[in-house]
Design a protein around this ligand. Structure first.
Ligand code: HEM
Length: 363
């Protein structure tokens, strides 16, 4: 446990402490925000208890096993196409070629966005996420205002598509929600919130995971060779990648009672940072934690969080990660870095922003 007086933040690092905190939503709440900025809103990630359970029930039908099997073909097709692009362009930036387009094209597909509109949908969603980086600096304000404008445009587009029934047609995410939550029970605003949820929670996180796969395998060629010999290791390798790179390195909570961790009492009303990245490298839980081992099978990692708020999109993420890895072993015999990478400086979201890679074509 560490206390940072400048940021007035208590930092939990140990796997056990973080899981205990995530379990105890009565003492350590999400209702005052999960980032450094205190914020309350009646949305899934910022509610606890009965409110949270009700909202989660509404969204759940979009992420069932049935939904995943409907989307698997699209995921596999995308992975095949995009990995082939990387093979055909040695030294290209894999962030641009696959890690960015894969999640956004998939989200557009499962929302039922018509193919012709995917380009503008992508730019609204990229700009919209800028709201998260809004800050009281000229650049921060520009991003904030740009983000709000993009969300406005996305909302207008959403309303048009809702009125002609495109987004709620059979098989799409919203179609499932409308049918499985009794018709009319979800308002248009609530459905727009689901669209935002998919974009904000499922986009950059998955981009970071996919970028991380390329980076880690390029640095650990023996591990790539091992997966090529034993494709049955693919699901476990993705879990190890999630543990090793932890795309969401940390999130916050706020205490609503005094909260004891070991010898220390965190006062009620304090800001607490849960360092998922540190927990995923806790040597008490993971042997030799700084080493990437595809046969480790770290089923208890906390990359998707833990407890009531555990990531609802985990299955979709796994589908994407595993499809990319399957295509990599089918299409490439070796992965090498083709120049220096640049990494995000975001303090919570970890991943490359520029990553030149060469794939040697498999024969
Ligand atoms: C590598 C990819 C991903 C990572 C690392 C990740 C990580 C996480 C984590 C750590 C949480 C817990 C938040 C908390 O405790 O406050 C979470 C929650 C959530 N995730 Fe993900 N996520 C990923 C992908 C996705 C995808 C693809 C979607 C949707 C399409 C998604 C939707 C959500 C939602 C809606 C929540 C809130 C659940 C709740 O509050 O009950 N995530 N995610």
């Amino acid at each position: 446990m560490h206390y940072n007086p400048k940021r007035a933040t208590w930092i939990l690092n140990r796997h056990e402490d973080i899981r205990n905190a995530l379990r105890d939503t009565a003492a350590i709440t999400s209702t005052k925000g999960v980032t450094r900025m205190r914020i309350s809103a009646p949305i899934l990630v910022l509610t606890d208890g009965d409110d949270h359970a009700r909202l989660r029930r509404y969204v759940q039908p979009a992420f069932t096993t049935g939904a995943m099997s409907d989307w698997k073909a699209m995921v596999d097709q995308l992975a095949k196409e995009l990995v082939a692009e990387v093979v055909a362009n040695p030294g290209c930036d894999v962030m641009e070629k696959i890690a960015v387009p894969m999640p956004i094209r998939l989200i557009a597909h499962i929302l039922g966005i018509p193919a012709d509109d995917v380009g503008k949908f992508r730019s609204w969603s990229t700009d919209g996420v800028g709201v998260i980086n809004a800050a009281l600096t000229p650049a921060g304000l520009r991003q904030g205002f740009g983000g709000i404008r993009a969300i406005g445009a996305l909302h207008k587009y959403f309303k048009e598509q809702m009125s002609n029934g495109t987004l709620t047609r059979e098989g799409s995410v919203l179609g499932r929600l409308v049918r499985e939550n009794e018709h009319g029970k979800l308002s248009d605003d609530e459905m727009f919130f689901v669209v935002m949820l998919l974009l904000f929670a499922g986009n950059e996180t998955t981009t970071n995971l996919i970028g991380g796969i390329f980076d880690t395998l390029a640095r650990n060629p023996d591990q790539f060779a091992m997966i090529r010999n034993r494709p049955d290791l693919i699901p476990g390798a993705i879990e190890e990648q999630l543990r090793y790179s932890t795309p969401i390195q940390n999130l916050y909570r706020y205490t609503r009672t005094d909260y004891r961790v070991g010898e220390v009492t965190i006062p009620s009303g304090s800001r607490v940072l849960l360092a998922f990245g540190a927990a995923n490298r806790d040597p008490d839980v993971f042997d030799d934690p700084d080493t990437f081992r595809v046969d480790r099978n770290p089923h208890n990692h906390v990359a998707f969080g833990y407890g009531a708020h555990m990531c609802i999109g985990a299955a979709l993420t796994r589908l994407e990660g595993q499809a990319v890895l399957r295509e990599l072993i089918a299409q490439a015999s070796a992965i090498t870095e083709a120049g220096p990478a640049t990494w995000s400086t975001n303090s919570s979201l970890r991943g490359p922003v520029y990553l030149p890679i060469r794939l040697s074509a498999a024969r």
